[in-house]
Design a protein around this ligand. Structure first.
Ligand SMILES: [Fe+2]
Length: 243
């Protein structure tokens, strides 16, 4: 069965992930050996530092620089890589007030889709204004936010009413494969998958030491989760990669 990794920091020299093309190749080879068949490059994008309104020339240049660097890195990886994985790309977009004043968010979505990997601020408790950013993405920009690694936010894995509300609003949910075998967390994540509350898996690979563990988490899912829920996650991945 195909395995979709929708969250990685493997493109070289863009963020706190891979620092050069050789490391990128090691990470890709490792994930391919773990059975990943489709992989998305999602370098960090810090919206809190960039005025995205289109009215600020300096900020506009920064934005264009991000997109150009991402494209250059993608081309470098495609040139060096000779394996069988299929790639797509997007961004892990840190949510902030700036996001709801952006002129155009489509280049930050997964290529050719209206899905965006949305990272909430680190200490988020899903305050009213943060939920409003997501609502605005959905209603005004017609973008589907995929909430990145929800397990990082205690409130999202303990307050089921809140999580259900966000999903009903139109948000999707991604968990890191690492969480499927992390003590004190794995049971909750498995329960969420079995309740149909998880839509995507990602390794959030930054280096061989951080992430890069897709298979271990995936096998825990296979062992403990209902087949129809695994199929659903796989099907969501397939659609995101448009295959
Ligand atoms: Fe990430």
């Amino acid at each position: 069965m195909n395995r979709y990794d929708i969250h990685t920091h493997i493109l070289p020299n863009l963020d706190d992930g891979s620092s050069d093309i050789d490391i990128s190749m090691v990470l890709l080879e490792e994930l391919e050996n773990q059975g990943v068949t489709h992989l998305a490059f999602t370098p960090h994008f810090y919206s809190q530092y960039i005025d995205m309104s289109g009215n600020n020339e300096k900020a506009e240049n920064l934005l264009q620089h991000y997109f150009q660097s991402r494209m250059d890195a993608l081309q470098a990886v495609r040139h060096e890589y000779h394996g069988n994985m299929r790639f797509t790309f997007g961004a892990e977009v840190h949510m902030s007030e700036n996001i709801i004043h952006a002129k155009d968010l489509s280049p930050l979505c997964y290529y050719g889709t209206n899905h965006m990997l949305a990272e909430m601020p680190y200490s988020s408790v899903m305050a009213e204004n943060e939920v409003m950013w997501l609502k605005t993405l959905i209603e005004q920009y017609h973008i589907i936010p995929i909430l990145a690694h929800i397990e990082r936010y205690p409130v999202l894995v303990t307050d089921m009413k809140l999580l259900s509300g966000l999903r009903e609003m139109g948000c999707k949910v991604q968990v890191n494969t690492e969480s499927l075998y992390t003590r004190g967390l794995s049971k909750r994540i498995i329960k969420l998958i079995n309740e149909g509350c998880v839509d995507f898996l990602g390794s959030d690979t930054h280096s061989t030491m951080r992430g890069c563990d897709y298979e271990r988490g995936y096998m825990e899912m296979v062992k403990h989760c209902h087949a129809d829920m695994i199929d659903r996650i796989t099907e969501n991945g397939r659609k995101l990669f448009k295959v």
